[in-house]
Design a protein around this ligand. Structure first.
Ligand code: S3P
Length: 426
């Protein structure tokens, strides 16, 4: 049996840098994801006066000797949508000037979804044709702002909450479908006054100005989205059994387990505990005969980052898998629906692409030819098709994998330890 430890959660690592900086106390973070996205968020925060230093998976945030300050430099968030969108809220709430930029992929991603509500809230945020660079100037955040999100997005929700937190103003956000609630859990962990109530099919979250407690440590749990690649690898490989330790099991993130179980996956959850208000467990996964499933509606925001690798599981399942209501995939690090379809075409998996989803007819045959897949510069597309190589006779070549380092820097070593044979070519 293979045994691996899940690397730190990207969403939580980025949030604890921001909320930890606001606490303004010496704080030690362990289990941090030392990946490019959290690193660019740390650099962005240091640009506005935080004092963050990273050593491997440990981070120290020092109490600031000076107040937060406007940045004269361009603040570069690299590939990170979470970094940029959450910083938009934080910088607005602090009433600072900053210009946020990103790499080619981030420069094409929609920012008005965050800029518009922040401006309604009293911030001053502008962007170029709705995309980065994002220019933030000091505004006047109002009290008791209420925003109903037209799309289910944890980044929009978190950005607005962080603006309220940083400006010390009451704020409420309504989400139609539940989205990941790490921001709410972390504020609660630091004893801030935030509550979430059911509202129609989603939630209404209200933050009330409150003094956060200055705890001196925070432990980041493992990233369910990274574990998802190992889980699907374990399911589609022949004769495999893998124990993945330290996997974040926040119910707003781990819906893929339910989906895979309904496909017939042999998955056992063991050793439950709660760390820093986040649930965590070990996952035991075994090779399984999967069958197709229909996935749509409210579960989609929960599994949004796992749909690329779910598509790989579906490709080797018996029957048809239908994924709908997932148009958000079109505006991720790549157009993920198009990128999945492009890859499936290469590995000869029959499928039909829709505006908001994909239908995949699974195959029990292994992939014959040595194929070349374009990752479209997207970490999750790259990792998904590297996992698909488990069912290929002659290997799969995935182009442009460098962005794997944004979210899962140890992917290659972990997968190779488990018996996959991934070679890097430069
Ligand atoms: C994230 C929220 C999701 C997710 C992203 C991380 C977060 O994005 O896809 O990888 O950390 O809040 P949306 O809020 O755009 O759905």
């Amino acid at each position: 049996m293979g045994e691996v430890t899940c690397p730190g959660d990207k969403s939580i690592s980025q949030r604890v840098l921001m909320i930890g900086s606001l606490l303004n106390t010496d704080i030690k973070i362990t289990g941090f994801l030392n990946g490019e996205d959290p690193i660019s968020t740390a650099n962005a925060l240091n640009n506005i006066g935080s004092s963050i230093s990273i050593e491997d998976t440990s981070v120290t945030i020092k109490k600031r000797v000076v107040p937060f300050m406007s940045s004269n430099e361009i603040v570069d968030l690299g590939n990170s949508g979470t970094g940029m969108r959450l910083m938009m809220g934080l910088v607005s709430g602090l009433g600072l000037d900053a210009t946020l930029v990103g790499d080619d992929s981030l420069s094409k991603r929609p920012m008005l979804r965050v800029a518009n509500p922040l401006n309604k809230m009293g911030a001053s945020v502008s962007c170029d044709q709705g995309m980065p660079p994002v220019k933030i100037s000091p505004g006047q955040i109002i009290n008791d702002f209420l925003y109903e999100m037209p799309i289910a997005s944890a980044q929009i929700k978190s950005s607005i909450i962080l603006a309220g937190l940083a400006a010390n103003k009451k704020v409420s956000v309504i989400e139609k479908s539940p989205t990941r609630d790490h921001t709410e859990r972390m504020i609660k962990y630091f004893e801030g006054n935030i509550e979430s109530k059911r509202h129609n099919s989603g939630n209404i979250i209200t933050y009330n100005p409150s003094e956060l407690s200055s705890k001196s440590s925070y432990q980041v749990v493992g990233d369910f989205s990274s574990a998802a690649f190992i889980i699907v690898a374990g399911l589609i490989a022949k004769d495999s059994k893998i124990l993945i330790k330290n996997v974040g099991m926040n119910p707003s993130r781990s819906g893929l387990i339910q989906v895979l179980k309904s496909m017939g996956a042999k998955i056992a959850i063991e050793n439950h505990s709660t760390i820093c208000n986040e649930e965590v467990a070990d996952i035991l996964v075994e090779s399984s005969e999967l069958k197709g499933v229909e996935v749509m509606g409210n579960i989609i925001p929960n599994i949004i980052d796992e749909i690329p690798v779910l598509s790989i599981a579906a490709s080797f399942a018996k029957g048809t898998t239908l994924i709908k209501d997932a148009a958000e995939l079109r505006v991720k690090e790549s157009d993920r629906l198009a990128a999945i379809s492009d890859g499936l075409l290469k590995i000869k998996i029959d499928h039909e692409l829709f505006d908001d989803g994909i239908k995949i007819n699974g195959s029990d045959k292994d992939i014959d030819d040595l194929v070349e897949i374009d990752s479209h510069g997207d970490h999750r597309i790259a990792m998904s098709f590297l996992i698909a190589s488990l069912r290929s006779k002659n290997g799969i070549y995935v182009k442009d994998c460098k962005n794997i380092f944004t979210s899962f820097p140890t992917f290659l070593s972990i997968m190779n330890k488990l018996g996959l044979s991934i070679n890097e070519q430069t």
